[in-house]
Design a protein around this ligand. Structure first.
Ligand code: SER
Length: 888
């Protein structure tokens, strides 16, 4: 079976058991402050488990994108070194919400341990045909019920059902939140099926956990206390990549079709072979290559899906986790000889193989690649230098016989070369060394304090408000229509020190921060028994959603208690200003798309009373003329006075499909988690329709006027505009006008030269026109001159080439002449040599010395000398005299 067939058969199986098949939530949990990334399929149902939310269905199944790199569930260290842990993975899951005796609106009741166990067994052994003798089940030590179901509703070998304690069989999503005992299914992957009980939960790849059935019963609060939940639920999670390996008969997840295309691509790009090796003696090059490829194949999935769901690498929180992952991958890339950005080049392969199930990565592909490339470039610039420094540090540590890298050195690598601590730790561990983490953390803390002092930043009160309150009740938000309501306190929210810092209410007109719109401010006044307003009045400084709407109070006292009647009143002015900015945000979103292109998507926004901020993907600065055009479009819509249609009554809300059908142009914020039914806000059906929970003006004319304040960049490929509306826009215009006038006055008043110039310019328009005509004439003349000059140029060029030809002809003639002269001289010498014999023969003798003399014909001294040489040779001992007439 291919991986997509496996995924489908899981979903189809649970569809046949009356489960609603729901989409994966984004991997970035925008509405849960306790999580950086979605770490389990159940995250999107947290509110249902806690009794604070409801769905139309009581059974659901899906495949959920998960990232486990921080917090309670963190698999980072194992990735690449083994074959079955990942930072990003898909979790197939099935859920049951609530009481089995109460059917949902569609007539299906929830279920519990029996069905969860029975169906898991049926899918694994009957549908997928896994050998029963290779399956093992574990149960929580006290969970006799689950143990009994295993032994009665399945035909598992009873000796394969084992009890474990809290560490292995009590599942929790994080430090706080829904949790409960669980029952896990493990598979024996030894070659001959010879696993033994002691191998279960021993962290061995030969006996791997594949499916976790959690029976959610409790909520853990921030003090660690477990409170039973109103109902019991089922939450199961089956590791998709693991089950693919099992069903495709592979030992490694990286050998399944989920990973092979990516590994193949890494291999092509890096020109290195992948061998799949897992163990070796230290220093084996192939093992290093294989681990590096696995790490990179894993990390690129995390980066792609997280960025696709709206996260961006940055220096804090979620963004820093991504940055760490990318830097780790880049450093493993060095092991493969990669010095240029290459991780970004793997994204298309992932899009090709995965976007049929997660289309968001196709839609955002260009953005994802640009962000990754930008990050790679940034880090590559310092990575080599950092690696050199690291090597020096290692040498220093070794030569001092130590095994610990100082906190200072690790901090320097972090601060100057961008090495996240875990990267330094990883490289240090590869050398058998350690980092002084404590000292590093102290230095980090000091730096944070320093930079906070610089920015004069205060810690947000939210840090202390991560709990769920006590009395969990669904939120009754009435604030679309009402700004004031008499209601009752349902929860008291404490900070970590136990101080009362906020309350939750039965009904509330306070909008809680979401979708970028800030939480409402206002007052909560305690009412007397007769409903009169005699009690204390508390200022609400913020409202945010954490299951309930938490109203943060400036000060709280003992007359706040669960059940107290209060009057909750939102500050109208702030709310109205915020609404102007919210509707303006919708208008500017559409205007930006019309002017800059439909590639543009929202990447986050802030809607506050005094301004709005909107981030979007675009790869260049927005030009001033474009900004003007966008402003004009927005202001035209304001002047049109369009009625804003918002579905305020929750009964009118639609499913996403219904909304898409009615408004094919409806905008959704990618990465936003929408509920079953969505609220739609429409400003001219052909202009702006958005899924949005925020509050808006009734008519666009209420916005008054719209003006950009700033435009800039926030990250690679992400631009940010800030704008103001209404009186703030007028203030901005007045401010600008004032500044402009001041500058003009300054220039003209303070500088005599500029003033004179101004006067001259102002009074000489005619002269300027005259001047313009003269310039035109000169330009005409210039053109004629140019033509003449170019003709002259070609004439000279021809002339030049003729001279050149002549020169070479002369050279040729001279050469020939020289050759001929040489030939002639040779011929002459040859013929004169014949007469030398006669001269020798006619030699006379005087006193025993031979004497020969003659006049010969020679044209040059050289010829005469040659004849002289011949005579000397032929005469032997004697005196010879030759004469010739040369050149007369
Ligand atoms: N929440 C459980 C897990 O993540 C089962 O889905 O393992």
């Amino acid at each position: 079976m291919t991986s997509s067939e496996i995924r489908n058969s899981f979903l189809e199986f649970f569809r046949s058991k009356q489960h609603a098949i729901v989409p994966s939530a984004p991997v970035v949990p925008y509405d849960d402050l306790t999580l950086l990334f979605t770490n389990a399929g159940m995250n999107q149902f947290k509110d249902v488990f806690l009794g604070a939310g409801k769905r139309d269905y009581s059974r659901a199944a899906d495949t959920q994108k998960c990232i486990r790199v921080s917090g309670k569930h963190n698999d980072l260290e194992e990735v690449g070194r083994d074959t079955y842990h990942h930072t990003f993975f898909e979790m197939l899951g099935n859920w049951s919400f609530g009481d089995p005796s109460e059917p949902d609106g569609i007539g299906r009741a929830g279920y519990y341990k029996k069905e969860a166990i029975e169906w898991a067994w049926e899918l694994l052994t009957k549908v997928w045909g896994l050998p029963k003798n290779r399956l093992w089940a574990t149960v929580y030590k006290d969970d006799h019920e689950a143990e009994q179901w295993w032994k009665t509703v399945t035909d598992i070998d009873p000796l394969h059902v084992l009890r474990f304690g809290e560490k292995d069989n009590f599942w929790e999503m994080g430090e706080t939140g829904p949790c409960g005992p669980c029952s896990e299914i493990h598979i024996d992957r030894t070659p001959n099926g010879s696993a033994t009980a002691d191998m279960v939960n021993a962290g061995l790849p030969e006996l791997m956990e594949i499916w976790n059935l959690v029976f959610i019963q409790y909520n853990r609060d921030e003090n660690g206390k477990l409170t039973p939940l109103p109902s019991k639920h089922v939450d199961t999670g089956l590791g998709f990549e693991r089950v693919c390996a099992v069903l495709q008969g592979k030992n490694s997840n990286y050998d399944t079709d989920v990973f092979t295309p990516i590994i193949k691509r890494i291999s092509e790009i890096t020109k290195q072979p992948y061998n799949g090796s897992l163990q070796s003696t230290i220093g084996n090059r192939q093992l290093e290559i294989d681990i590096s490829m696995r790490v990179i194949a894993d990390h690129v999935r995390t980066l792609t899906f997280a960025i696709g769901d709206g996260a961006l690498p940055s220096n804090e929180g979620r963004g820093y986790v991504l940055r760490r992952i990318l830097r780790r991958a880049a450093r493993f890339g060095r092991n493969l000889g990669m010095h240029e950005p290459f991780i970004c080049q793997l994204v298309p392969t992932l899009v090709e193989t995965t976007s049929y199930i997660f289309p968001e990565i196709k839609e955002k592909q260009e953005h994802i690649q640009r962000v990754i490339k930008g990050e790679e470039e940034g880090f590559n610039a310092t990575l080599d230098n950092g690696l050199k420094v690291f090597e020096e540090v290692v040498k220093k540590v070794r030569s001092s016989q130590s095994t610990v890298i100082s906190g200072e050195d690790a901090f320097k690598l972090y601060d100057t070369f961008g090495f996240p601590l875990d990267l330094t730790q990883l490289m240090t561990a590869e050398r058998g060394l350690k980092v002084d983490v404590e000292r590093f953390q102290t230095l980090m803390k000091e730096q944070r304090i320093r930079s906070r002092e610089v920015r004069n930043e205060t810690t947000s009160h939210r840090v202390f408000l991560q709990g769920e309150g006590k009395n969990l009740k669904p939120i009754g938000f009435v604030g679309y229509e009402q700004l004031e309501v008499d209601t009752e306190i349902t929860s008291i929210v404490n900070d970590l020190n136990g101080n009362v810092v906020g309350v939750a209410l039965e009904n509330t007109p306070f909008y809680a921060e979401s979708g970028g719109q800030i939480g409402d401010r206002g007052v909560i006044a305690v009412l007397n028994n007769d409903g009169t307003l005699e009690g204390s009045v508390y200022g609400v400084v913020d409202t945010f959603k954490n299951i309930q709407h938490v109203h943060v109070l400036k000060y709280a006292d003992s007359d706040l208690s669960v059940g107290r009647r209060v009057r909750a009143k939102v500050m109208k002015e702030t709310r109205i200003s915020t609404e102007r900015n919210h509707t303006a945000t919708h208008l500017v979103h559409e205007a930006l798309r019309q002017v800059l292109g439909t590639h543009l998507h929202q990447h986050g926004s802030l809607v506050a009373p005094d301004h709005l901020r909107f981030d979007f993907n675009h790869f260049e600065k927005v030009a001033p003329e474009q900004l003007r055009e966008i402003e004009e479009i927005v202001n035209a819509k304001i002047v049109e006075g369009i009625q804003v249609v918002a579905l305020n009554d929750a009964k009118d809300w639609l499913t996403i499909d219904e909304a898409k059908k009615r408004w094919p142009n409806v905008k959704m914020f990618f990465g936003e988690k929408y509920g079953e039914r969505v609220r739609v806000v429409e400003v001219d059906p052909s202009f702006s329709v958005e899924l949005c929970g925020g509050t808006h003006v009734k008519n666009t004319a209420d916005i008054g006027y719209f003006k950009f304040r700033t435009e800039g960049s926030v990250a690679a490929g992400i631009r940010r505009i800030e704008a103001v509306t209404s009186e703030r826009a007028l203030e901005l215009l007045k401010d600008r006008e004032r500044t402009l006038n001041e500058r003009i006055e300054y220039a003209f008043g303070q500088n005599e030269e500029v003033a004179a110039l101004g006067r001259e310019l102002g009074s000489s328009i005619a002269a300027a026109k005259n001047f313009q005509r003269r310039i035109e004439t000169i330009q005409q003349l210039g053109k004629v001159a140019e033509r003449v000059s170019s003709e002259l140029d070609s004439f000279f060029a021809q002339q030049h080439s003729r001279d050149h030809q002549l020169e070479s002809l002369i050279l040729e003639i001279t050469d020939t002449k020289k050759t001929l002269e040489k030939e002639l001289s040779k011929a002459r010498v040859k013929s004169a040599a014949g007469s030398i014999d006669a001269i020798v023969a006619s030699a006379t003798t005087a006193n025993g010395v031979k004497l020969a003399s003659a006049k010969v014909s020679a044209a040059t001294m050289d010829e005469l000398k040659t004849l002289g040489d011949t005579l000397r040779a032929k005469l032997g001992s004697g005196v010879g005299l030759l004469s010739a007439v040369i050149d007369d």
